[in-house]
Design a binder for this molecule. Structure first.
Ligand code: NAP
Length: 281
């Protein structure tokens, strides 16, 4: 998400400074204050997080520091300087015992260390009324580490892929998220918003559609076999995930008066970029 923001935001704002983890550890209070004093921004966007859920289960203290404490600290030092803080959160704050999309008003029930810490982070940020929290889901894009980000390459190279089933959710192509984030800042929005592409998706449906679009566009003729495996059979996964976490984007679309692209359109946009980046070598 950070890469997509770094690409898109300079098109919308006159001055944008981006920091990698090496340059700015968000858990370092002195450095964080120094960077704010140097840059004196009107807005700060936090795309940093510890997202690997299995690592969060094993390193609970680190997860708490990065996903809960640091966003709260940043929200506070930004509020003291009249800076708007924009924080990113997750659909995994929900418990999954539902069959219709979750709205921003719905009760949360985080099931994993990652989700619990992200929930604490969003609560702390939202305790300052001028700040903004966007809940995202299954984020993918060029350079990403997630299964969805790597899928075109995997489908082009592998003979067979095991794809988890049994979970339904929303997905977000990172550049579409960056565009909405910039639009919400321009509208001086604050509070909590869901930001995902339209439509409900699961990993196997996403993988099949990706393969179909790649064949149709002639991006790959490889006929990788997609094997459905229930999520519970991936023995290495300890962190509990909600079975259902589709997000409603009605609040955000109502404010911006614009519909999000569907997940199929988003995938098509990604494949065009993926192809052009592959051509560049
Ligand atoms: N990925 C998803 O599917 C998904 C779904 C829902 C919500 N989200 C939310 O979206 C946001 C962005 O996620 P993403 O997918 O872009 O994750 P990502 O690719 O893992 O990026 C997170 C970045 O934060 C960095 N980071 C970790 N600890 C840090 C620290 N103490 N100081 C500074 N940087 C630090 C990481 O560096 P290292 O990798 O070197 O540790 C990584 O570059 C997160 O808030 C996440 O919770 C993501």
């Amino acid at each position: 998400m950070g890469s997509a923001l770094a690409q898109h935001l300079p098109l919308c704002f006159s001055q944008v400074s981006c920091y990698t983890k090496k340059e700015l550890d968000i858990c370092d209070p002195d450095l964080s204050r120094r960077v704010l004093e140097k840059d004196r921004p009107s807005h700060v966007i936090n795309a940093a997080a510890l997202c690997q859920m299995e690592v969060c289960e094993k390193e609970a203290l680190r997860s708490y520091e990065v996903n809960a404490v640091a966003p709260g600290f940043w929200a506070e030092i930004c509020a003291q300087r009249d800076i708007s803080f924009v924080h990113l959160s997750t659909d995994y704050v929900f418990g999954g015992a539902r069959t219709r999309p979750y709205s921003e008003e719905d009760a949360v029930e985080p099931l994993s260390v990652y989700a619990k810490d992200k929930r604490v982070g969003e609560e702390r940020v939202l305790s300052f009324p001028q700040h903004l929290v966007l809940r995202l889901a299954w984020v993918y894009g060029w350079g990403g580490k997630t299964f969805m980000s790597r899928l075109p390459e995997l489908l082009a190279k592998e003979q067979s892929l095991e794809v988890a089933t049994g979970r339904r959710g929303s997905s977000l192509y990172a550049p579409h998220g960056a565009k909405v984030l910039a639009a919400l800042i321009h509208r001086q929005a604050s509070g909590l918003f869901h930001v995902v592409n339209r439509g409900e998706v699961d990993w196997i449906r996403f993988a099949r559609e990706c393969q179909r679009q790649m064949w149709e566009a002639g991006l790959s003729m490889n006929s990788c076999h997609l094997k459905e495996v229930p999520l519970g059979q991936f023995g290495s996964l300890q962190a509990r995930r909600p079975d259902y976490s589709v997000l409603s984007t009605a609040k955000m679309e109502g404010l911006l008066n614009e519909e999000m692209p569907s997940w199929e359109e988003a995938l098509s946009d990604y494949l065009k970029l993926w192809h052009s980046r592959c051509m560049e070598g």
